[in-house]
Design a protein around this ligand. Sequence first.
Ligand code: KG4
Ligand code: ZN
Length: 334
Amino acid sequence: MWGDPPERGDPIILPPCGSSASKPPALANVVAAQDIHLEYGGVVPELASRAHITLLPRVVQEALAASNTTIDQIDGIAVTLGPGLLGSLLVGIEFAKGLALARTLPWVGVNHVEAHLVSAGLESDLEAPYVGMVASGGHTEIYHVPEPGVFHRVGSTRDDAAGEAFDKIGKLMGLPYPAGPYLDKLAREGRSDAVPLPRARLKGDTLDLSMSGLLEKEPHPIPDARLKDIAASVEKAIVDVLVERLDQALDRYEARAVTVAGGCACNTLLREETTRLAAARGIPARFPSPKLCRDNGAMIAHAGSFALRRGERTPFDASAIANLDSFAPLSVTP
Ligand code: KG4
Ligand code: ZN
């Protein structure tokens, strides 16, 4: 009934990016989508780690072939240390260690969220200091990046991630999983003031945010016109909460740019509103192109190449860190 998911970011016109001439080009970015999860309406951790075991060697070989590179030309290896699903992280980390040992190469473990925060730099200038938001199915966090390689988390969701909110409401609306791209497409033809929805406002001096209270029960089946209005209203409510916090973060922290990454950064309204917010402050808004908004190896390599150049090395006894809170306590603002 719903057809193929709309190409993420399809309707999006990217704001002008700065010169990309000075950017290290990504020679290849191979992503193996795991369609096995679709029938479950979410990622099944055990299936994901097993799929990593079979897909990973192939993906690395494909990336080498696509970039016309041999393993002898590689200077270092970057791998996601976390946060994420423990089993999948372990498969990736042990694979990377094996490769590093076999080829006597340096390797670095990368924080997945920090990689999202630098990902726009693969295609445009993104110079610190800046404020960044990562909004995906698993994360909604705001960071201040005062200088390269320094990431201060200044706000987080207290409950659902933005993508989770899109997906849960989309499920109530009868949309396929993940619902974000479908909801985005429907919203383009709906009225965002049609359905009054609350915006959760947290008390106190915080940049944390909440996605609660957005779900509303709708009698089924929902007529098409109503579906579009619900989509537009839900999208507006979620984006309002995100953009309000970005605005407040920009009030508090020195920033020469603002960036939004993660799957939800494909969202049309979020890109428009962030662009407007940045323009009002006379700074650029940087978004990765849709394929780099989603999880991808290029952003891990990008973050890892900075770390390797700074001389960072990860010891061989390092292992997966599934939880963001256990990751780098020092980078969390007290
Ligand atoms: O970063 P991502 O591909 O995977 C992880 O969650 O790690 O993000 C997926 C999330 C899903 O919740 C999906 O519904 C949401 O990003 N998403 C969108 C859009 N495209 C993807 N949400 C709103 N609008 C979109 N256009
Ligand atoms: Zn991610």
